[in-house]
Design a protein around this ligand. Structure first.
Ligand SMILES: Nc1ncnc2c1ncn2[C@@H]1O[C@H](COP(=O)(O)OP(=O)(O)OP(=O)(O)O)[C@@H](O)[C@H]1O
Ligand SMILES: [Mg+2]
Length: 361
């Protein structure tokens, strides 16, 4: 296995930058998820690593070797795509063996590799079937197997689960995670689903508009999002963001209320470039009251969504929709007035002009 290093990688189509000055390092054996909304440049980044597209600038190394000018076949990578592209007329065995036959490996070695991969992925009993005789999840495992037999330095995967139904996705998610753990494989995995990234990856690269927004462990991205984009992209339901103005030691709403800030948050707010501040809060850090409580701010219930274990309420505060999780025993109704209490230690403050997270000075 080997690591992957991207340094100032660029890809433009005319004046449109699909990938703009992206740098990050995938350590040997790490599982890194590239996440972001549709069109943010994930597939382009992966294809640049694979060598399927020429770069407009920057450097890519795989295993201490600059690969800028190497063909895909010489980069020691294996790709797994969304549409698995199995050979329909070949058996599963032949689908797995084919890339090895192309490399003219001895028959006995091919057989050993195919059997090992089949065992790891639990498809030994399917080796004589044709792809059309397999379920979606089984086809996906064959596609993984075909990458695996090649024993590459790096696995590159582009939304490999997106053709599967919800239940199978969750199952394959843990199988790919297990695959990574068992092999200690270096994997770069593209998904638009932040939950897949958070649950599977050692690190996540959050992209937007061709730019890398944040590169860190899922836990750090969740706890310390660098800007409002990352804050609202990672986590479900999303972090609520309320635009307010700083006024002395408080945040003031045009609706007339003020939220007093703790000394630490006052210091953070002082770092804003303008008086505009965005207050961020995750659903689990908020408390809902049915009558006014000191320090709470008023809101109006918009929707109530029971899910069984937990009920999610959406509450309008100062024109922003705020997600709150509630114990299912709490009874509230749409249009009810409620009071929301923020946790000063777990709230986030962002510069309203730059959208960047504010840190205590
Ligand atoms: N050949 C091309 N010519 C012009 N623009 C392109 C080309 N290929 C991709 N783009 C643009 O580059 C941007 C990034 O595309 P990319 O396929 O990397 O997005 P993505 O993050 O993988 O999105 P999705 O989640 O929808 O797969 C998009 O705006 C896309 O329209
Ligand atoms: Mg894509």
């Amino acid at each position: 296995m080997a690591g992957v290093i991207l340094e100032h990688v660029m890809k433009n189509y005319g004046s449109m930058y699909a990938v703009n000055d992206v740098s990050f390092t995938v350590n040997d054996g790490e599982f890194v998820a590239l996440v972001g909304p549709s069109g943010c440049g994930k597939t382009t980044t992966l294809n640049l690593i694979a060598g399927l597209l020429p770069m407009s600038g920057g450097d890519i190394s795989i295993g201490n070797r600059v690969v800028n000018d190497l063909d895909p076949k010489d980069r020691d990578i294996a790709m797994v795509f969304q549409n698995y592209a199995l050979y329909p007329n070949k058996s599963v065995y032949k689908n797995l063996a084919f890339p090895l036959q192309m490399r003219k490996l001895p028959k006995a070695e091919i057989d050993r590799k195919v059997q090992d991969a089949a065992k790891l992925l639990d498809i030994t009993h399917l080796l004589e079937r044709k792809p059309r005789e397999l379920s979606g999840g089984q086809q996906q495992r064959v596609a993984l197997g075909r990458a695996l037999v090649r024993d590459p330095a790096v696995f590159l995967m582009d939304e490999p689960l997106s053709n599967l139904d919800a239940k199978l996705r969750v199952q394959m998610r843990s199988e790919i995670k297990r695959f990574h753990q068992d092999l200690n494989a270096t994997i770069v995995y593209v998904t638009h689903d932040q939950l897949e990234a958070v649950t599977m990856a050692d690190k996540m690269a959050v992209m937007n508009g061709g730019f890398l927004q944040q590169y860190d462990t899922p836990a750090n991205v969740f706890a310390h999002p660098v800007n409002t984009f990352v804050a609202s992209f990672v986590g479900s339901p999303a972090m609520s963001l309320i635009p307010l103005e700083v006024s002395g030691n408080a945040l003031r709403s045009p609706e007339g209320w003020e939220l007093q800030l703790s000394p630490a948050n006052v210091r953070k707010a002082a770092g804003s470039t303008t008086k505009d501040i965005v207050l961020g809060a995750r659903h689990s850090t908020l408390k809902l009251h049915k009558s006014v409580v000191p320090g709470s701010v008023p809101g109006k219930v918009y929707t109530v969504e029971p899910t069984g274990d937990v009920t999610f309420a959406q509450v309008f505060i100062n024109g922003a929709v705020v997600n709150i999780s509630l114990d299912p025993s709490v009874i509230i109704a749409p249009d009810e007035m409620v009071w929301i209490e923020f946790d000063q230690d777990r709230m986030h403050l962002f510069d309203g002009a730059t959208t960047m997270a504010l840190q205590a000075a």
